[in-house]
Structures are given as structure tokens and as C-alpha cells.
Design a protein around this ligand. Sequence first.
Ligand code: NDP
Ligand code: 8X3
Length: 253
Amino acid sequence: MTRTVLITGASSGFGEACARKFAASGDHLVLLARRAERLQLLADELASAGRVHTVSIDITDAAALTQALAALPDWCQAPDILINNAGLALGLEAAHEADMQDWVTMINTNITALVHMTRLLLPGMVARNRGHIINIGSTAGNWPYPGGNVYGATKAFVQHFSRELRADLLGRNIRVSNIEPGMAETEFSLVRFKQDQGRAGTVYDGTQPLTATDIAEIIHWVCSVPPHVNINALEVMPVCQAWGPLKVDRSMA
Ligand code: NDP
Ligand code: 8X3
């Protein structure tokens, strides 16, 4: 059955790869991001596979988001799948040195806009008794690391919000899944390090990170299991990544 899939952050990385993957299975797409040109190129590429509607928008603009969803064409007014993917990390400084505006931007994007988008689409899913919300969390929401501070905390929020949604939605045919990737090579590090290509590149030096396609295939599978199955959470890392021992400071005794 053809599904309508709304993807935030579809202009690069996981969101763009999801658009390609769902288009390949004949699903219709609503693609959101700020960079209109990128979205249009992708829509042109995917147009022969199915219907594609693009919305160039900053999802942290609550009024614009409300208006944009109300103005969706009839054929995509009722998405079956919402992929809450748009998000970012900014900076890797310790908490006492981090830029406050970076923290606010991460909270506004990764938490507030995700919650707003969910609240806008959920009543329709409940009325139709049908839907699947895919939230993009992160290993950073499960495991702290130096400099992760607010970014990791936003993803911990996304993980718990996903569980709370399931609790509220029990008894309805609406699924909620939190996808928790580890290191994946996208534009993520370029954004985190504010377009410093050299610094972004060193994150992946000597590794074989996850790719956006890996994550899109996992998300597509999570959306394709039988309707009575809900994948609550799925944490995934590249084989080259794992936990280390807890750090102990020996200079303070
Ligand atoms: P990218 O930077 O490649 O993609 C991020 C996407 O989010 C872009 O399409 C960007 O579009 C969009 N976006 C960011 N801010 C806004 C905004 N205010 N309004 C609308 N769209 C916005 O990174 P990834 O694909 O890696 O990231 C996708 C998600 O995956 C994020 O939530 C990230 O935190 C998470 N993640 C990433 C991991 C990684 O290692 N790469 C690992 C775990 C989780 P535009 O700039 O055009 O608006
Ligand atoms: C992205 C993974 O480890 O860079 O969410 O925070 S990490």
C-alpha cells in the first residue's frame, strides 16, 4: 500500500536518504528543510517515482510550521509516517565554555520543533487510528561524552518523549519508534564545527562510519514490520565504535 511520508530535514544526510528509500518503494513524500534549492533538486530526481511536495521552512518558526501544514495539498494532508529527523549539534565545548545561543538553537530545533511537529500531526493520526512516528534520537542521548552536554540532553529528551507517546497512544494503531544512531558521516560534523571542513573530516579519519543510506534502510524496515509490531527503540553503531571504560581523574587526590 502506498504511504505518505513526511520527512523533516530532507535536504541532506538521513532525511535525504530516507526520501530516496521511501520513494523507491513507491511512497509519496512531503519534504521539509530550509534549503529550498536542495529540496527542489531532490524532488525533481524523485518525481518519476511518486508524488513529492516540498516545503522550504525553518521548523523552529512555530507560526510558519502551523501555517505550512495547514496549507499542504489535499493528497498529503494526512501523512501515514512522520520522520522527525531535522536536528543538529553545535559545538563541542565543555558546558562552562559553550555558546549559549548554540544551546538555545539545539533545544529549539531538536526538542521544541520536534514536539510541535508531533502535536500538529498527531490528532489526525488519532482520528484515522493509523500512523507511525519515527523520531531520530542518538547514542548521545544514551551515553554522555565530553562536549556532548546539551546536544546529548536533547536526544535523551527525544528518547523519553518517544516512550511517553507510546504510553499515551496505547490502544490505538499508532506506532512510535526512536532510532538512535552512533557515528554517521553526513553534514552533521560540518554543521557542528560551523563549516570547518578540516575539523569535520577528522571525526571520520581512519573509521568506517555509518552512512545515511544505512540509517534510511533501517528506518524503512522499522516502518515495514507487521502492523502489530512496534520497534520502541533501535540503537545502531558502526562496528568501529563501542564504549570505553569510565574515566577516572587521578590528579585530585
Ligand atoms: P545533516 O546535517 O546532514 O542533516 C540535518 C538536516 O536537518 C538537514 O536537512 C537540515 O536542513 C535540517 N535542519 C536543521 N535545522 C533545521 C531547521 N531549523 N529547520 C528545518 N530543517 C532543519 O545531519 P544528519 O542527517 O546526520 O542529521 C539528521 C538527524 O540525525 C539529526 O537529528 C541528528 O542530530 C541525528 N543524528 C546524527 C548522527 C550522525 O552522526 N550524523 C548520529 C545520530 C543522530 P537545512 O539546513 O536545509 O534546513
Ligand atoms: C550524533 C552522534 O556521537 O556525534 O548524534 O553525538 S555523536
